[in-house]
Design a protein around this ligand. Structure first.
Ligand SMILES: [Zn+2]
Ligand SMILES: [Zn+2]
Length: 125
């Protein structure tokens, strides 16, 4: 474990209980954690195949979960997080174009990310 693993920015939050009451959230979350564990293991053992691309698979599974939360659980998502530069950025985009469904989805997706991702990876969702 490196010093980086101990920084608060790298800590995986414990998702709220309601996420596990939803079968789809539960499934997507487990899948994301499986991919994450597998990726970590393969990196450590050096057993990466030629077509193995953890940077594609990992964020892909995170975005699928964030997208599901944004679309289905909009009412349960947290508000903007103070001190998060990505929240600030998305908030200003949304303020510029409040009617845009795309901007609303991207904002909701990012706020959903705060429920289950370590802060340092939040730029991806
Ligand atoms: Zn769900
Ligand atoms: Zn944020």
């Amino acid at each position: 474990m490196s010093a980086d693993d101990l920084s608060p920015d790298s800590v995986w939050p414990l998702p709220p209980a309601w996420m596990f009451a939803c079968g789809e959230c539960h499934r997507l979350y487990e899948r994301m954690k499986d991919i994450q564990a597998l990726t970590a293991e393969l990196w450590l053992t050096g057993e990466r195949g030629v077509d193995w691309d953890p940077f594609d698979m990992g964020p892909g599974s995170q975005i699928r979960l964030a997208r599901h939360l944004a679309e289905v659980h909009t009412d349960l998502l947290p508000g903007w997080t103070r001190g998060c530069e990505h929240c600030a950025h998305r908030r200003s985009l949304l303020a510029r174009d409040p009617g845009s469904a795309g901007a609303r989805l991207v904002s909701a997706q990012h706020r959903a990310g705060h429920l289950f991702l370590p802060p340092r990876t939040l730029g991806l969702v």
